[in-house]
Design a protein around this ligand. Structure first.
Ligand SMILES: C[S@@+](CC[C@H](N)C(=O)[O-])C[C@H]1O[C@@H](n2cnc3c(N)ncnc32)[C@H](O)[C@@H]1O
Ligand SMILES: [Zn+2]
Length: 282
């Protein structure tokens, strides 16, 4: 059988992808990615590049979490968060045809939404979850996806990214600073202590936001970035039983909760997140 062609959204990223093992550039070879030293990376049937090889990752969403995330975000309940992220990117006045990187992209909902707002942009989502990456790889015609662990050096050239998103995902400030262009913008989204409080109160064994997390974020980013903008997105959302179940299933609480005891009636809950824009320190 002839090799599958590379997904069209992946090809434009060949100029900035680097071989995770030796750092040389990678090119298309027989439907895979290969560097001059013949290190080879498959492109999965699901459309994402498998750059993470060897040991299977210990973190990342499983199948049910990724499906729940896709259903929940598709309901539009977090659209105000997406709008604020797009505004933070737009206000930053980034390059005309920006290169975007979404770290811990999940199903690609935010990457696709910002690509919609930036017609000339191209986007790459990184995640350890192959289930989530299957969604991300088809989230938008200009969105590519690759498996990668945020805690490892990114398989990308220095200063190659104009817009970087990190939405409810783990962070690696040193790598963020290395791959972001000097005039690029980093947007970080994280929950406040009020996020989903009413919903989580109904779920035995659920876990809330650690109040020290915010301070840890600032301490970690401070050596590399200046915060130039911060928006609080806070509103009450009415969830039906299915949305509430999906929301619980896609949070870290899912791993600590017997879902059968979860809510099946409607619930109103507060959505409360901070959206910050950062510039690289000179
Ligand atoms: C809470 S979800 C957020 C996903 C997406 N940004 C969103 O908001 O819809 C966290 C994501 O980070 C991914 N993740 C967890 N650990 C990771 C790691 N070490 N490297 C890359 N991604 C990771 C998970 O698989 C999951 O998709
Ligand atoms: Zn190599």
């Amino acid at each position: 059988m002839p090799p599958r062609p590379l997904p069209s959204a992946l090809s434009p990223f060949l100029d900035l992808l680097r071989c995770p093992r030796c750092g040389q550039r990678v090119d298309e070879a027989d439907g895979s990615l290969r560097c001059p030293s013949r290190h080879t990376y498959d492109v999965a049937r699901g459309g994402y590049a498998s750059l993470l090889t060897g040991v299977s990752p210990t973190s990342g969403d499983d199948d049910e979490m990724a499906r729940a995330r896709d259903r929940f975000l598709g309901s539009g309940a977090y659209a105000p968060i997406l709008e604020t992220i797009a505004a933070a990117v737009g206000m930053a006045g980034c390059a005309p045809d920006p290169t975007m990187l979404d770290v811990g992209c999940g199903t690609g909902y935010y990457l696709a939404g910002v690509l919609d707002a930036l017609p000339g942009a191209r986007g790459l989502g990184l995640d350890t979850s192959t289930r989530a990456l299957r969604f991300a790889a088809r989230a938008h015609e200009r969105a590519a996806a690759a498996s990668w662990d945020v805690f490892a050096p990114f398989p990308l050239t220095d200063g190659s990214v104009d817009v970087m998103l990190d939405v409810f995902a783990p962070r690696n400030p040193e790598q963020f600073a290395r791959v972001l262009r000097p005039d690029g913008v980093l947007v970080v989204v994280r929950p406040t202590a009020r996020h989903l409080a009413e919903l989580l109160a109904q779920v035995p064994g659920s876990i809330g936001v650690d109040p020290a997390k915010e301070e840890r974020l600032h301490r970690a980013l401070d050596p590399f970035f200046d915060e130039v903008r911060e928006d609080l997105v806070e509103y009450v959302v009415d969830l039906d039983g299915a949305q509430a179940q999906d929301l619980i299933a896609m949070t870290p609480s899912a791993r600590h909760t017997d879902l059968s005891r979860g809510t099946d009636s409607t619930v109103s809950t507060t959505v409360s997140v901070l959206v910050s824009g950062y510039r690289r320190r000179a």
